[in-house]
Design a protein around this ligand. Structure first.
Ligand SMILES: *[C@@H]1O[C@H](CO)[C@@H](O)[C@H](O)[C@H]1NC(C)=O
Length: 340
C-alpha cells in the first residue's frame, strides 16, 4: 500500500506548491484536427437537448471538473517535451495515450459548453491550476486519482439526471467508460491491475468540487455561476503517517494518522462529541471507524475490505447510510485513498 499512497500525500500538498499556469484551450477554440486526435469530435446530432434548470446547474459543475481534467492532461502533454517521449506500457507509448486522453477531455469540455450555451446557460471558464506533479510517474499517479474522482462525479450527475432529464442520461453514461479506460491505463502504468473493483464508487458533486479545489489557485476562478459558488467548502484532510491497527485482525489494513489542512475552518465544537472516519467505497453503505484525537493528529483504523479508490471523510455522526446523506455532515475531507 505504501508506494501507492504517494499521490494522496501529494494531493494534500497541492495547495502549497507553486506551478506556472499554462494557457488552456477552451471549448470555443478546438483544434481543427481534434476528431483525429481524440478518436471522434463533437456529436453531430442536429439540435440540442432541452435541459432542466437543475440539470444545467449540474452540468456547470461537470464543466468545472472537466476543465480541470483537460488542463491537467494538456499541461502533462506539454511536460512530455521535457520528460522526453516517456515510458511505454505494454508496448504502447504513454505519451500517445496521454495525447489522446487530452484531446478527449477537450471534446468533453466543448460538448458540455455547447449544451449549456444551447440552453441559454453560462459556461464555466477554466481557473488556474497547481498540480503537484514533478515527473511522468507522479503525473500518471495523479491521473489515476483525478480520473477516479471524475468518474464518481459523473455517476452522481447521471443519478441526478435520471430524475430531472432522463433523455440525456445515456449521453453522460457514454462518457463514463471512456474515463474508466483512461483510469485502467493509469493503473497499469503503476503495475497495478487495471480492474480493481466490481462497482465504481459514486461520490457527490459537493465532494468532487471540494477535491477539485485542492488543485485550483486561490482566487483564480472568475465569474463562477451560483450553482458552484453556493456549494459548501470543507477543510482538507491529509495523511501524515501510519500506525498499527488498534484491534489487530487478519484483514485490518492498519491505522492511518490524519491531519486537517486548515484547522481554522473547523466549525465551533467540532470535537465536542465522538468523531468518526467515514469510508465510502463502491455501492456499500458508508463504514465508520472511531477517531481518537492526539494533539492535531487524528488516529483511525482503516475499514477492511476496500478496493480501488475509497474516500475517507471526518464526521461526527455514524448513521448516514449513503454518500448523499453523508456529504454535508462531514467536518473535513473527503480524501481519496488508493488500494490495490
Ligand atoms: C508540468 O511540469 C511543471 C514543471 O516541472 C510542474 O510544475 C507541473 O506540475 C507539471 N504539470 C503536470 C500536469 O504534470
Amino acid at each position: 500500500m505504501s508506494s501507492f499512497f504517494l499521490p494522496v500525500a501529494l494531493s494534500f500538498l497541492a495547495r502549497y506548491v507553486l506551478a506556472t499556469p499554462v494557457p488552456i484551450v477552451t471549448g470555443t477554440n478546438l483544434p481543427s484536427n481534434i476528431a483525429q486526435l481524440a478518436g471522434g469530435g463533437l456529436p453531430n446530432q442536429p439540435g440540442s437537448p432541452r435541459v432542466s434548470q437543475s440539470g444545467l446547474g449540474n452540468f456547470q459543475l461537470a464543466n468545472f471538473l472537466e476543465n480541470l481534467e483537460s488542463a491537467f492532461f494538456q499541461e502533462g502533454l506539454i511536460n512530455y517535451t521535457q520528460w522526453g517521449t516517456g515510458g511505454q506500457t505494454n508496448g504502447v507509448s504513454n505519451m500517445a495515450v496521454v495525447s489522446r486522453i487530452a484531446a478527449q477531455e477537450e471534446v468533453h469540455v466543448a460538448s458540455i459548453v455547447g449544451l449549456l450555451h444551447a440552453n441559454g446557460a453560462q459556461d464555466v471558464a477554466p481557473c488556474e491550476y497547481n498540480f503537484p506533479t514533478t515527473d511522468e510517474k507522479s503525473f500518471l499517479a495523479l491521473g489515476n486519482i483525478i480520473t477516479t474522482v471524475g468518474i464518481g462525479a459523473l455517476i452522481a450527475l447521471s443519478d441526478g439526471l435520471s430524475t430531472t432529464d432522463p433523455s440525456i442520461e445515456a449521453t453522460v453514461a457514454s462518457i463514463i467508460p471512456v474515463e474508466s479506460r483512461h483510469d485502467a491505463f493509469f493503473r497499469l502504468t503503476a503495475n497495478e491491475i487495471p480492474n480493481p473493483t466490481t462497482f465504481e464508487t459514486k461520490i457527490s458533486a459537493i465532494w468532487a468540487y471540494n477535491l477539485a479545489l485542492d488543485f485550483i489557485v486561490g482566487g483564480s476562478c472568475t465569474n463562477l455561476p451560483s450553482s458552484i459558488t453556493s456549494l459548501p467548502v470543507f477543510p482538507d484532510l491529509g495523511i501524515v503517517g501510519y500506525g498499527a491497527p488498534s484491534f489487530a485482525t487478519p484483514n485490518a489494513p492498519g491505522k492511518l494518522i490524519f491531519k486537517v489542512g486548515q484547522p481554522t475552518m473547523l466549525p465551533q465544537g467540532w470535537n465536542s462529541g465522538p468523531l468518526y472516519m467515514a469510508w465510502v467505497n463502491q455501492n456499500n453503505v458508508p463504514a465508520y471507524t472511531p477517531v481518537t484525537v492526539d494533539g492535531d493528529e487524528l488516529h483511525a483504523d482503516v475499514q477492511p475490505g476496500m478496493f480501488g479508490i475509497a474516500f475517507a471523510a471526518l464526521t461526527n455522526q455514524n448513521t448516514a447510510t449513503n454518500v448523499d446523506d453523508l456529504t454535508n455532515s462531514i467536518v473535513a475531507g473527503p480524501l481519496p485513498l488508493p488500494f490495490s
